[in-house]
Write a protein that binds this ligand. Structure first.
Ligand SMILES: [Fe+2]
Length: 282
């Protein structure tokens, strides 16, 4: 299956304060994204809610614990549980982050960026291949937001991302907000980043809100999408065409209808860009 064309449209995240809403009525969205780790335990209300949603809508599974960039071996128990969940849910995509967060068997609650080096490309790509071989399907990796860069880095972030996904033969979940946050924090152009991403690999986009700490932006997912990110989303649609787009909202969570409204806005923005018919080369 060509995952690029598996699904288009607009989605929201499945979050536990909204389970009752999902049980009551299916929201007007094209897909739902569920955070993998919340559904690994067999049974219970979370899985019941997810399976209910799955009967109504396509589901994407979005993980935070793969830690594909760490140096210690992949967590086999996690992979077995993930494979079971994938079998049960038959998600449209299985995604996680191009980051590391596991050391000495302990998980950090952060998604730390990678040093952008050739050595790290080979390391991460071989681990992604292991994961894909084990799951029997491709995954997509998401670019994380960053607040500084490693002195060891020899590649740009976008060259690193492209090199990893080509060598691993996986897909990209491109978080437009994370590009905005990282480039604002590090003083480079978000357009240059976006324009350099390998369009043939992008299967899904994320939009979210950040918080402005004065000296830097933090990727907090606790607010509506800001104007600068909407402008970058327009450019993303010009560049990639209609790609499935998710509104991420995790903290200070509003009613489900507010999330759906935000995804309607993304739908309108996408439609306007497509109607203009302008495409960014590349
Ligand atoms: Fe994201």
């Amino acid at each position: 299956m060509d995952e690029r064309r598996a699904l288009r449209g607009h989605g929201v995240g499945l979050r536990h304060p909204h389970y009752d809403d999902f049980f009551r009525a299916t929201p007007e969205v094209d897909f739902v994204e569920a955070v993998t780790e919340n559904y690994l335990a067999p049974g219970g209300r979370p899985l019941a809610a997810l399976m209910h949603v799955r009967r109504e809508l396509p589901v994407a599974l979005h993980g935070v614990s793969l830690s594909v960039g760490s140096v210690e071996p992949l967590d086999e128990r996690y992979l077995v549980a993930l494979k079971d969940l994938v079998k049960r849910v038959e998600p449209v995509w299985v995604t996680d982050h191009l980051s590391w967060g596991r050391r000495g068997g302990h998980y950090a609650h952060d998604l730390w960026p990678m040093p952008f080096t050739e050595e790290a490309v080979r390391h991460v790509a071989s681990r992604v291949r292991q994961v894909q071989d084990f799951l029997g399907r491709r995954i997509a990796l998401e670019n994380v937001s960053s607040y500084a860069e490693y002195r060891a880095s020899t590649l740009t972030e976008w060259d690193f991302l492209n090199a990893v996904v080509r060598e691993a033969d996986c897909r990209i979940l491109l978080d437009v907000n994370n590009i905005f946050v990282s480039t604002a924090n590090q003083g480079f152009s978000p357009e240059r980043y976006l324009d350099a991403v390998d369009a043939s690999r992008v299967v899904q986009l994320h939009l979210a809100g950040y918080s402005d700490e004065g000296t830097h932006l933090v990727d907090t997912h606790d607010a509506p999408v800001f104007d600068g990110v909407w402008a970058l989303y327009e450019r993303a649609v010009e560049r990639f065409g209609p790609v499935a787009t998710l509104i991420e909202w995790d903290d200070r969570l509003p009613p489900l209808e507010r999330l759906v409204d935000e995804s309607r806005k993304a739908r309108r923005v996408e439609a306007q860009v497509l109607a203009r018919g302008k495409r960014v080369a590349g």
